[in-house]
Write a protein that binds this ligand. Structure first.
Ligand SMILES: Nc1nc2c(ncn2[C@@H]2O[C@H](COP(=O)(O)OP(=O)(O)OP(=O)(O)O)[C@@H](O)[C@H]2O)c(=O)[nH]1
Ligand SMILES: [Zn+2]
Length: 283
């Protein structure tokens, strides 16, 4: 049998299997280092009176904090006000998510608190580059969001106060209840740091622990970041030098596109900043 792990408590793994939930234990040999995480597809079998996890199906990706595998997308919850919009924060989150091989979805909140016409050009950059942008606010029907979440594993990220819990509670009023119950059962601190669970929201799975909370790139390999930035993708590989850093080199296709107004200037700026940091760390 094949199913997906949606919850782990101690050594008990809850697996969703054909719309039912079964609790399974891993085979002894799996326990050290090779343990399954939430999001894993696993093969399991019935041995005597219990279910045993035999094998983890190869993962498409794996986040460390929270520990979760096969994440399809990260909803970058981006508030327009309180906390105020910052393109640099948004860009850095897009980079981090992309470097984990997860699709970034830009989710704009609190657009009701500002005059969005002032941000039209800004938002158009992201759309033009090929990023998915969704606007969500109290009272919206969230049809786009529901469509995006369906059949996917999603992780939310974004600043404190950006509206992550509000958004989830609006999509599924039982969400806060579910998470509160778990917090109570496990003790508050423990839940946020050690446990992660997938909740069924809008016919998809959403992690109850936010991801990408550290904006620290110092231990991340950013050597292929240029290939992961959607603004750059049409031009990557067209520079004169194959190892072009897109900074001062002659014949750089990225700089040329930037000068022709084809690349979001703030994305370029943040990319260069990260490459400079990479040099500083001596990577
Ligand atoms: N006007 C308006 N207020 C919002 C919107 N989204 C969230 N808020 C408010 O913003 C505040 C913070 O929202 P939360 O959902 O708690 O933010 P969070 O991202 O979960 O914050 P943390 O739990 O600290 O990570 C709350 O008072 C919400 O009611 C929105 O789209 N419009
Ligand atoms: Zn270049």
């Amino acid at each position: 049998m094949q199913g997906r792990i949606i919850k782990i408590i101690s050594n008990q793994y809850t697996i969703e299997y054909e719309n039912q939930f079964v609790v399974a234990w891993p085979r002894g040999k799996m326990r050290k280092g090779q343990a399954p995480v939430v999001g894993d597809w696993v093969e399991f079998s019935a041995v005597h009176d219990r279910y045993v996890i035999e094998k983890i199906i190869p993962r498409t990706n794996r986040l460390l904090r929270p520990a979760i595998a096969n994440v399809d997308q990260a909803l970058i919850v981006t508030s327009m006000k309180d906390p105020d919009y910052s393109c640099h924060l948004l860009n850095r989150l897009i980079f981090l998510v992309s470097l984990s091989h997860v699709e970034p979805i830009i989710c704009i909140t609190k657009s009701d608190l500002v005059d969005m016409t002032k941000y039209q050009t800004e938002m158009a950059w992201y759309e033009k580059a090929g990023y998915t942008l969704i606007y969500t606010y109290p009272g919206s029907d969230d049809m786009d969001l529901k469509r995006i979440l369906k059949d996917k594993i999603s992780v939310l990220c974004g600043q404190s106060g950006a509206g992550k819990s509000s958004l989830l509670n609006r999509l599924d009023p039982s969400f806060s209840l579910q998470t509160q119950e778990i917090s109570k059962a496990l003790g508050r601190g423990k839940h946020t740091t050690r446990f992660c669970q997938l909740h069924s929201v809008a016919n998809g799975w959403v992690a109850d622990t936010p991801g990408f909370s550290s904006l620290d790139f110092s231990r991340i390999d950013v050597s292929h970041l240029d290939t992961l930035i959607k603004d750059f993708q049409p031009y990557v590989g067209q520079c004169r030098f194959s190892d072009c850093r897109h900074e001062k080199e002659p014949g750089c296709a990225i700089k040329e596109a930037l000068e022709h107004g084809l690349i979001n200037p703030s994305v370029y700026e943040d990319y260069i900043q990260i490459k400079r940091e990479e040099k500083q760390y001596g990577k």
